[in-house]
Design a protein around this ligand. Sequence first.
Ligand code: 13P
Ligand code: SF4
Length: 345
Amino acid sequence: MKIPLSQKNNCTALAKTSDNAINNSINEIKEKLSATFLEHEIDSAIPFIEEIHELKKQKNALILSHNYMTPDIYHGVSDFVGDSLYLAKKSSQIKADIILFNGVHFMAETAAILNPERKVLIADLSAGCSLSESINANDVRQLKKKYPNTPVVTYVNCSAEVKAETDITCTSANALAVIESLPDKRVIFLPDEFLAQNVRNQSTKEIISWEKGKCMVHEQYQADDVIAQRAQFSDITVIAHPECTPEVIQEADFSGSTSQVSHFIKKGDNKNVLLLTECGMADNLKTEFPEHNFISSCHTCPHMKRITLKGVRDALVHERYQVSVPSHIAIPAKKALDKMLNLSL
Ligand code: 13P
Ligand code: SF4
């Protein structure tokens, strides 16, 4: 796991010591941004970054950011960064009056379910997810009728009302382990069809999946393109997120959650990496692994990119947009999330 920015150069803590320390921290941020940003882009980002650090102090707010966030958000203002499993766990451990979640809506909703007493904000309420949009609570109820006595496992990329209908949640970091932890021979797995197929290829269980659920970003990667890249660069390591098709996963050297991808790169010694996931991931890894060569024409998630540095500043200034879940949905949804978190996989 990447060391949280707050431990490396926490402006809140540094601000108490001296102006010099603040400048050092801003200099570190500038240095990190220089891996992917042009000088004038850094110059426009810094005033927002300084203002956001000040607002966090004033409002006792903490910022959690997904690995796909742009480098100005990821390196500039985040207290904790990671994959959806890490951020869900973190949100239930931290103490702050405000949690500002930089990611998509289902992630902020998860933080709100786990923290009913805290104010959870997201910079743009329309930051959705094609997987989450593919299914609603009624669809799950119909499936449960069709397959009685079959546990429902939901990938966290779904709405709170869908989580409320399910037995246990999982993320891309633990999908196989969660499914294997169940005693049943047959499970319903929602909503990611490709993740279901990828888990099915490694599991002995019968997995009933949801054909309509696809990630609009990862479904674009093609196995033929991977084969062509390997022919061109003989020494590349191919890493694919498990939301990619089974054909792409078959061609990859490693598949894992966004944080598992960072760990894998850290442990390995191949410096040429073909990364098959959202563009923000390679941008942020370029700072962490300056010696590596990330080869890819990546695809962007339009939902993740709705979260901008200015939007983050405005969210803190106006304490908007609050994400909350009514208790009749939050209580059963929390049960499904807690079951996953208690497995400590
Ligand atoms: P991770 O849980 O691997 O961070 O993935 C979340 C996601 O939305 C990937 O598209
Ligand atoms: Fe959803 Fe895919 Fe975007 Fe992740 S990358 S938030 S799964 S649409």
